[in-house]
Every structure is written in structure tokens, then in C-alpha cells.
Design a protein around this ligand. Structure first.
Ligand code: ATP
Ligand code: MG
Length: 268
């Protein structure tokens, strides 16, 4: 990367990428189990960061703590200049920190379009469910969200599924809808837990491409994923966890040659 923000760059000055997320001494315990142990890192705005490690390393718990579903035992989480530690998920979402969620049972009965619309903050109330009961009776204020949802579906290559019920989709298509729902909340940063798990190879590649496009448009990504090829292609930087702790941080090429990483994870 070019030197940015240095004193010598008097003519063209490129601002260094500021941190959008700062984790400081994050610790999460469940009874006697220390799931996340003194995790500290920063994520620069507009970058894609992978979080990898063996089963039970604490990756999902860390992501949930960052997203606000799990309360940290100690430590601080600052997102976009706001201390969100202990704040509920919706507070973070309002600031643009969004975690993707597996489509629950209730969403199977909705169409893809409906799934995206109910994910818009402020459209969760009676009005949207009323509108959904009438299916096609979108109100004027919903029309712009419908247009936005179509744009999201188009970029995910799902436009032809707009009227399909979520229950009719393949596993990979459902994952794309989960990403689409997150995008409807206008995120600055997406938290994704194994977005390609259990998906066939071509759809996994499709999901990867979609995430790559979003990243190139400036969305910040924090991605937990076991498929290391995707992590390597997608992520600027990778953090390795084992037994709740961060054991390495670097690009995938560097990490592959680190002894402690090989021992914990990559060697098998
Ligand atoms: N709700 C919970 N209650 C009790 N223990 C939990 C809970 N959630 C996670 N744990 C424990 O915390 C540790 C970390 O789990 P976590 O799910 O974060 O790991 P992970 O890195 O996401 O693993 P995987 O790769 O298998 O998804 C594990 O020992 C797990 O059993
Ligand atoms: Mg997990």
C-alpha cells in the first residue's frame, strides 16, 4: 500500500483510513467457560477482516458481543466513535453496525421481497405487516424501499426470486437473502458468521463475489469463515483466534507460515 498521510505527501494527501471499530480487552464468560479472553483489535474503515480459528475458539461469541447480542463480561467496543459496550443490538444497528441473521422459521412464509422490506428499520411495525397481509398494497413511503430492495436483489442476482417464498430457496440463496436483509438496514459495517457454510461451491463463489463487490464499494466487513480460500481472496487482513485468545494477526500469506497458527489451526 502507498504511504498515506505522511508529512512528505504535500501535493496529494490521502487521509489514512481511520478505525471504524475498536475492541479493547473484550472478555466473555459463560459460567466457568471463558469464550473470549482479552480480545483487542481495531478495524480500519472500508477494509475486510477475516476472523478464523478452530471450533470453539470463540469467533461466534466475539461476533455476537460486537453485534450486541451477547453482553461482554468486561472490555469495550467502540463503533464509529460511539462506545456501544453493553448497548442493545438496535442501538448499534442505528449507527450502521449490522450482523446477518439466519432466516428464522417465520421468514419462510414471506417472499424474498417481503423479507427485505421487514428488515428496514422503522418498517417492522404494524404498517408493514398490514401491507404484507395485502401483499401488493405497498404504500407510497414503501415504494422507495421496494425500489431499494430491488436494487439490492439485483446486485445479489436474486431479482428473479423476488416473489418466491424464502422456503422455496436453496441454502445458498437463503444466505444471499440474509445479506440482502442486512443491506436494507444501510450498514457501514457487516458482521458475518460463516456466510458460505453448507453452500455448494458455485453459490459460495457467488456469495464471495457479492461480498467482494460490497467491500470495493467501501463497506467494512468482519467475516468469520472456515473456508480459508474465500478468506484469503476476500480479506485484507486476518485475525486468528484459539481458545478465546487472539494468537495472530496479518495477511493470509504471512499467517500460513506462522508456527503458532499452523499448530492451532492450519496444520491439520
Ligand atoms: N451460550 C453459551 N453458553 C455456554 N457456553 C457457550 C455459549 N456460547 C458459546 N459457548 C462456549 O464458548 C466457546 C466458544 O464458542 P464459539 O461458538 O464462540 O466458538 P466458534 O469459534 O464460533 O466455534 P465454531 O467454529 O465451531 O463455530 C465454546 O467453548 C462454547 O462451547
Ligand atoms: Mg461459530
Amino acid at each position: 500500500m502507498a504511504e498515506v498521510g505522511s508529512a512528505s505527501s504535500a501535493v496529494v494527501s490521502v487521509a489514512p483510513r481511520s478505525s471504524i471499530l475498536t475492541i479493547e480487552g473484550l472478555r466473555v464468560t459463560f459460567g466457568g467457560v471463558v469464550a473470549v479472553d482479552e480480545l483487542s483489535f481495531e478495524i480500519a474503515d472500508g477494509t475486510a477482516v477475516g476472523l478464523i480459528g478452530p471450533n470453539g475458539a470463540g469467533k461466534s461469541t466475539a461476533l455476537k458481543a460486537i453485534g450486541g447480542e451477547v453482553k461482554p463480561t468486561s472490555g469495550a467496543i467502540v463503533f464509529d466513535g460511539v462506545d456501544t459496550t453493553g448497548r442493545p443490538t438496535h442501538t448499534r444497528a442505528r449507527h450502521g453496525l449490522i450482523r446477518t441473521f439466519q432466516l428464522g422459521g417465520e421468514f419462510a412464509r414471506l417472499t424474498v421481497m417481503e423479507n427485505l422490506l421487514v428488515a428496514v428499520p422503522g418498517m417492522r411495525g404494524r404498517s408493514i405487516w398490514g401491507a404484507l397481509a395485502g401483499r401488493r398494497w405497498w404504500g407510497a413511503d414503501q415504494a422507495s424501499e421496494v425500489r431499494r430492495a430491488r436494487a439490492v436483489l439485483s446486485r445479489l442476482d436474486l431479482l428473479d426470486k423476488e416473489d418466491s417464498y424464502a422456503s422455496e430457496l436453496s441454502g445458498g440463496q437463503r444466505k444471499l437473502v440474509e445479506i440482502g436483509r442486512a443491506l436494507m438496514a444501510r450498514p457501514k459495517m457487516l458482521l458475518l458468521d460463516e456466510p458460505m457454510a453448507g453452500v455448494n461451491r458455485s453459490l459460495a463463489r457467488h456469495i464471495e463475489d457479492a461480498l467482494n463487490n460490497l467491500r470495493h464499494e467501501g463497506l467494512t466487513l468482519l467475516l468469520v469463515e472456515h473456508e480459508l480460500g474465500s478468506v484469503e481472496r476476500l480479506c485484507d487482513r486476518v485475525i486468528v483466534m484459539a481458545q478465546g485468545r487472539q494468537i495472530a494477526d496479518g495477511d493470509m500469506g504471512q499467517l500460513r507460515s506462522r508456527r503458532e497458527v499452523l499448530d492451532a489451526y492450519l496444520g491439520g
